[in-house]
Ligand binder design. Structure first.
Ligand code: NOJ
Length: 500
């Protein structure tokens, strides 16, 4: 679909003007986006073939989740060669063609920098054991837990020692205190900048360096405010992550990247990300992603995040249930308005623009941590495999017959066309969001001349408007009506209004 559709008029020039501030970055999970060769796995030529769609949608940049050589214990977040493209995704030439074509269309390319850990099959693990963090066994030196459950220490049968891993045992943590690790990773960054990359999303930033004394994490007085396995919530994760020495690691990456933007995945409440922003251009606002669909919760998350200055807004990604599944299908349109009217960089996960829902886990599961549901393939058309592949998809699509890009592009009233209009409209909206008092179950904020009003309730709600304000966008035709001094908005709907 949309191949051949003309992009929005303002397109390339408007896009190149802002980077990353205000940009819409579209997250591509390469394995599930578009297969180009019929092997059932998405790839770089597939992504390239869909650039016309992304240009039509109006995104400023694409973030590619890891495309490097990997044994796939964590689907690419276990890298065995940071400079090599995974053969199932394509060749160096495919990468260069993708970057060149994206640039021609005014779309920037952001790579995932997975530098906190490597694959256990990375040659370094055997050739350079000093690049990793070790302890003598047989008992672990502390109570640290891996994010995917179980102890963060595993025995290495070869050396008889224990190695540290913040995630799966197949992902040993690097020792960023080692200057040679820092130099090696700086080289990786320079390599990709030299290949034309425009930015990096840095994985697991808060895990890059841990407490030098390997002290136990003390028991938690209050549960960690973001979702994580129960056993981790019992601990106050102050020594196994978030060390002040992460600054040393980030300074290295910053220097290597020059002025190429760095966006950090810092899995901490936003109140704790400030020190990271000294080196990063932005960090994801996970407080918003994990807020309940409730006006007060959302408003509080937005206020905390805006106060940090430098967040990237995100409401879904390849790790968590999709918006429609988490916040409810009835709220997908209003959630789109929220994500795209907050200002600052916004990350949009593939398929969200179609209102996609999660599938169940694959049988047998592909991801051991239960994330198959949000990684189901893009639904391009209504065919059995959703136009994702001509072969057998590595994960089955959820419901291409009832939701797909082709039919939504042709339908002016679709979720897809709402996203497109929002992306175009956001270019006109300036100023920080300032909350305006409004009836219960509504969230209303001003940004300069624009007022955004979201009705989270089931029934209609009336929101006051400044004099002269008119509706410039509504989540569906007829979802809002002018009334005396304001606008009446249907339940689960939202509007953007403008004065003048
Ligand atoms: C965060 C990534 O988004 C996730 O998919 C991955 O499993 C972990 N970091 C470990 O790399």
């Amino acid at each position: 679909m949309a191949r051949g559709l003309e992009p929005a008029a303002s397109a390339a020039a408007a896009r190149s003007a802002r980077w990353p501030g205000g940009a819409v970055v579209y997250e591509i999970y390469p394995r599930s986006f578009q297969d180009g060769d019929g092997d059932g796995i998405g790839d770089l030529p597939g992504i390239r073939s869909r650039l016309p769609y992304l240009e039509w949608l109006g995104v400023d940049a694409i973030w590619l989740a890891p495309i490097y050589a990997s044994p796939l214990a964590d689907y690419g977040y276990d890298v065995s060669d940071h400079r090599a493209i995974a053969p199932e995704y394509g060749t160096d030439r495919d990468f260069d063609l993708l970057v060149a074509d994206a640039h021609d269309r005014g779309i920037r390319v952001v790579l995932d920098l997975v530098v906190s850990h490597t694959s256990i099959e990375h040659p370094w693990f055997r050739e350079r054991p000093d690049f990793y963090v070790w302890a003598d066994g047989p008992e672990p030196p502390n109570n640290w837990l891996a994010s995917f459950g179980g102890p963060a220490w595993s025995p290495d049968p070869v050396s008889g020692r224990l190695y540290l891993h913040s995630f799966y045992p197949e992902q040993p943590d690097l020792d960023w205190r080692n200057p040679e690790v820092r130099a090696a990773m700086a080289g990786v960054v320079r390599h990709w900048v030299g290949r034309g990359v425009d930015g990096f999303r840095i994985d697991a930033v808060d895990r890059m360096v841990k407490d030098a004394g390997l002290r136990d994490d003390p028991p938690a007085e209050a549960p960690f405010p973001l979702p994580m396995p129960e056993e981790l919530r019992k601990l106050d994760l102050i020594h196994s992550r978030d060390s002040p020495e992460i600054a040393l690691a980030l300074a290295t990456l910053r220097e290597a990247a020059g002025d190429v933007p760095l966006i950090g995945e810092v899995y901490l409440p936003v109140a704790r990300i400030l020190p990271y922003l000294e080196y990063l251009d932005a960090a994801f606002a996970f407080d918003l992603l994990h807020a309940d669909w409730d006006a007060e919760h959302l408003a509080a998350a937005i206020e905390r995040s805006s106060a940090a200055g430098g967040v990237a807004w995100v409401t879904s990604n390849h790790d968590f249930p999709r918006v429609a599944t988490r916040w409810g299908e009835e709220n997908t349109r209003a959630a789109a308005v929220l994500l795209l009217t907050l200002g600052d960089t916004a990350f949009l996960y593939q398929g969200e623009e179609l209102g996609m829902v999660d599938g169940g886990p694959a049988d047998p599961p592909r991801d051991r941590f239960g994330r198959d549901g949000c990684r189901r393939p893009m639904q391009w058309d209504g065919s059995h495999a959703g136009g994702f592949t001509a072969g057998d998809p590595w994960l089955a699509p959820v419901d291409p017959e009832s939701r797909n890009a082709d039919s939504e592009a042709a339908d002016e009233g679709s979720v897809l066309n709402l996203f497109r209009r929002l992306i175009e409209l956001r270019r006109e909206i300036d100023g920080a969001p300032v909350r305006v008092s409004s009836p219960a179950n509504t969230l209303v904020f001003d940004r300069g001349r624009h007022r955004v009003a979201i009705n989270l309730g089931d029934g209609p709600a009336t929101v006051a408007l400044p004099e002269g304000a008119t509706v410039v966008l509504e989540t569906a035709a007829g979802a809002a009506r002018a009334v005396t001094d304001g606008v009446e908005i249907d339940g689960h709907a939202a509007v953007v209004t403008r004065i003048g």
